[in-house]
Design a protein around this ligand. Structure first.
Ligand code: FAD
Length: 288
């Protein structure tokens, strides 16, 4: 199917883009990699009056280490990040998650900013951002604001972004030395969206679990943290029984969506198994 008619503009500066966004309001859509937006337009689920192509804004394409955090420009392609030595060294959890994101041709065009702005409930990177407590920088004509990942994802394909705002940067704080991490996923085929995926980090200090972070994708209508499971582990001595109890708690607490591939009970089972596996692997990596 073809998309409905639209006007196409390619701004040459972020300021120019923000001015047009402010004028157009809900009628404009930002085009990044187009790997989610164009299919949605073809299916006539969205029908913007004007597409604002940000692919000429090379100042939004970067990955650098600065002020104790990784700063990633919103237009950075999935494959650039997947192949980055810096990401692998300083944020191995995100690098591991990227092994599960889509197929090579899609990753060549798709961007991290587009992925997070689209907020597909079964997408891997929102869960990674929640687990790593990243923040997202949103710019508009009126200025700039930083939104915690925990406030950004608000529902299926729904975020804190307003129609006049551009996501410009993703900021990921560096984990403390010795933090263990794991990313686990089950999907129908390699490169497909997750049926269930789990990102976890934890530290062990004086023999007790600290700073436990567990986030999941694919299970509910949005990526989310497993707060009650985290609380059940925090301050306790690590061990398989503790991890199994936390996984049970997380599976009990979720409100799963159903799909062709998995009903709610199946998703709970997947989540339980993946959390247990992720905590165990993260624990094994603590101190490494
Ligand atoms: P676009 O499609 O260009 O934009 C998506 C949305 O975000 C639009 O609403 C757009 O207006 C908005 N937007 C884009 N950039 C910005 C910005 N900087 N500021 C504000 N709004 C913005 N994803 C996964 O995570 N895991 C998968 O396994 C996976 N598998 C896929 C398989 C297929 C067959 C396809 C077609 C896609 C798959 N994807 C998967 C989606 C892919 O990751 C997309 O690239 C991504 O979701 C959207 O990024 P994009 O740059 O293409 O954004």
């Amino acid at each position: 199917m073809k998309p409905p008619p639209f006007r196409y503009e390619k701004p040459t500066s972020v300021e120019g883009l923000l001015a047009t966004l402010a004028e157009q309001g809900d009628g404009a859509k930002i085009l990044a990699g187009g790997q989610s937006l164009v299919p949605m337009m073809n299916l006539r689920l969205v029908y913007p009056e004007v597409l604002l192509d940000i692919n000429g804004l090379s100042e939004l394409d970067y990955l650098r280490l600065e002020d104790g955090m990784l700063r990633i420009g919103a237009l950075t392609r999935h494959n650039t990040l997947r192949d980055s030595d810096l990401l692998a060294e300083r944020c191995p959890l995100a690098a591991a998650a990227y092994r599960h994101v889509a197929h090579a041709t899609i990753r060549n065009r798709g961007t991290l900013g587009g992925n997070l702005s689209h907020a597909d409930p079964a997408s891997e990177m929102p869960a990674v951002m929640l687990c790593l407590e990243a923040s997202l920088v949103l710019r508009s004509n009126a200025g700039e604001r930083s939104v915690a990942a925990s406030d950004f994802f608000q529902g299926a394909l729904t975020t804190a972004l307003q129609s006049h705002e551009l996501l410009t940067e993703i900021r990921i704080p560096l984990a403390a030395a010795g933090t263990g991490w794991s990313f686990q996923e089950v999907s129908p085929r390699k490169g497909d969206f997750a049926l269930a995926a789990v990102a976890a980090t934890l530290q062990v200090s004086n023999g007790l679990c600290q700073r436990v972070r567990i986030a999941h994708a694919g299970v509910e209508d949005r990526a989310a943290r497993a707060g009650s499971a985290e609380a059940g582990i925090e301050g306790h001595a690590p061990g398989e029984e503790l991890f199994a109890a936390a996984a049970d708690e997380a599976a009990r607490a979720v409100d799963p969506t159903e799909s062709y591939h998995a009903d709610g009970d199946h998703k709970r089972d997947l989540l339980r198994a993946l959390i247990k596996r992720a905590l165990s692997e993260a624990h094994g990596r603590c101190g490494a």
